[in-house]
Design a protein around this ligand. Structure first.
Ligand code: CTP
Length: 402
């Protein structure tokens, strides 16, 4: 996905510097040409030789040393498609925010006209410091992108937000940035994801096997294309994506309310959630005790959110639904598109390998209410998400992105 792209990876002096090796390795595996710049402090944590072996290119460390062309930073700035700084310390963030260019990396960042992704990693107290937060805010306002940090235990043993984002997330953001499209800038996208939980009693609920991965991928892809994204999510084990508004919900009726409330301000609705069709008609206030014999639970239907949105559709709003079926999804998906008023249904057969729940890939077919369908090969869920958004743009009458 990064074939023909040049990524400049800046590594700064955080304990997380060793994870830059993984980032570089994954970028290379995706086909990128990777050039690594290390600050002096980074070299205390990881050897340039490691980064050189993984990237397959000489590592640059100094502004003036050892290179025939004196303008290393300008050569790199011209050749790169994306600059990613992972890990980015409070120090480098502060220097970039202040316009300081006192080493090769900061000079390059200031000279670079393309997208810059900063991946902070530091002690949680440092990250929470208002100065650091102000610097991040100011850089974001100037168009610098951030990935992470994540919450958890950091190397020094403290707990809080400060861990470097997982290399997979960093690489995914880089892929999004190299696509070089901003075709959803200013567009308001609402995505639903995950399963809902319908309580039976205070300790039990009915749910399904949706992991939320597909919906999260759509939300991240929309964000990466510049959209203002609201992600209405049932409970999942996925990390909270940054750069979007996350609205956590639990039941189908909470999801319905969250969507209904925000629908008037949405230009695009992608219903990737596996919403429960039924919920227990009565929720026991106390734990249901075991009895002899069978137990019958009466279920009542939940509201169909997509169908509601279809009935309240404003001109120009594009609606996408998902249809996870056991067997060829085309016929059911077509019927659902027509019945619910969706412009596109993304169907998949969850029994096929590489297309089910909790896997990173999907094998989908796009089904349109006019009877057309497009079968896509098996691909990463993020890539599927990107293709879904391409179709959405075509439906909106825009030009689909790369
Ligand atoms: N959907 C919804 N609200 C519901 C049920 C489903 O908005 N209460 C949406 C899903 O998010 C998905 C689409 O409708 O985008 C199709 O969901 P699916 O469960 O496949 O459709 P159903 O109409 O429930 O059909 P069935 O379960 O019988 O296959």
């Amino acid at each position: 996905m990064l074939g023909g792209k040049t990524v400049i990876l800046g590594v700064t002096g955080s304990i997380a510097a060793y994870r830059a090796a993984d980032v570089a390795g994954q970028l290379v595996r995706h086909g990128a040409e990777v050039h690594v710049i290390m600050t002096r402090a980074a070299r205390e944590f990881i050897s340039p030789l490691t980064m050189e072996s993984i990237s397959g290119n000489p590592v640059r460390t100094e502004m003036f040393a050892g290179h025939s062309g004196a303008m290393v930073h300008l050569d790199l700035a011209r050749s790169g498609d994306v600059v990613v700084v992972a890990p980015a310390t409070a120090n480098v963030i502060g220097k970039v925010a202040g316009g300081v260019a006192d080493d090769l990396l900061t000079t390059l960042v200031l000279a670079f006209a393309g997208p810059v992704l900063l991946c902070p990693a530091m002690n949680p107290a440092m990250y929470a410091n208002p100065i650091v937060q102000r610097n991040i805010r100011e850089l974001q306002e100037l168009g610098y992108r951030f990935c992470g940090p994540e919450a958890g235990r950091v190397a020094c043993g403290d707990e809080g937000r400060g861990r470097l984002a997982p290399p997979e997330s960093i690489v995914e953001r880089v892929i999004g940035l190299t696509k070089g499209v901003d075709d959803l800038r200013g567009v308001r996208v609402m995505v639903t994801a995950g399963a809902t939980r319908e309580p039976l009693d205070p300790v039990r609920y009915l749910t399904n096997r949706s992991s939320g991965r597909m919906g999260y991928a759509v939300a991240r892809a929309a964000r990466d294309r510049g959209a203002d994204v609201v992600l209405v999510s049932g409970p999942t084990s996925l990390p909270d994506p940054d750069g979007l508004t996350l609205v956590p919900v639990e039941t189908a009726s909470e999801m319905f309310e969250a969507v209904r409330h925000r629908l008037p301000e949405s230009d695009i609705l992608v219903m990737a959630a596996a919403v429960a069709d039924y919920r227990p008609a009565e929720v026991a206030r106390k734990k249901i005790k075991k009895q002899d014999g069978r137990l019958t639970v009466e279920l009542e239907p939940t509201a169909d959110i997509l169908a509601y949105a279809g009935r309240h559709k404003k001109p120009g709003r594009v609606m996408v639904g998902f249809a996870a079926e056991t067997g060829d999804p085309v016929e059911y998906a077509m019927e659902k598109a027509r019945k619910k008023g969706a412009d596109l249904m993304v169907g998949n057969d969850v029994t096929r390998p590489g297309a089910g729940f909790d896997v990173e890939t999907n094998l989908v077919v796009f089904v349109f209410p006019d009877g057309r369908c497009i079968r896509l090969p098996q691909m990463d869920k993020y890539e599927v998400a990107w293709r879904v958004l391409d179709e959405v743009l075509t439906i909106r009458g825009g030009v689909a992105g790369a």
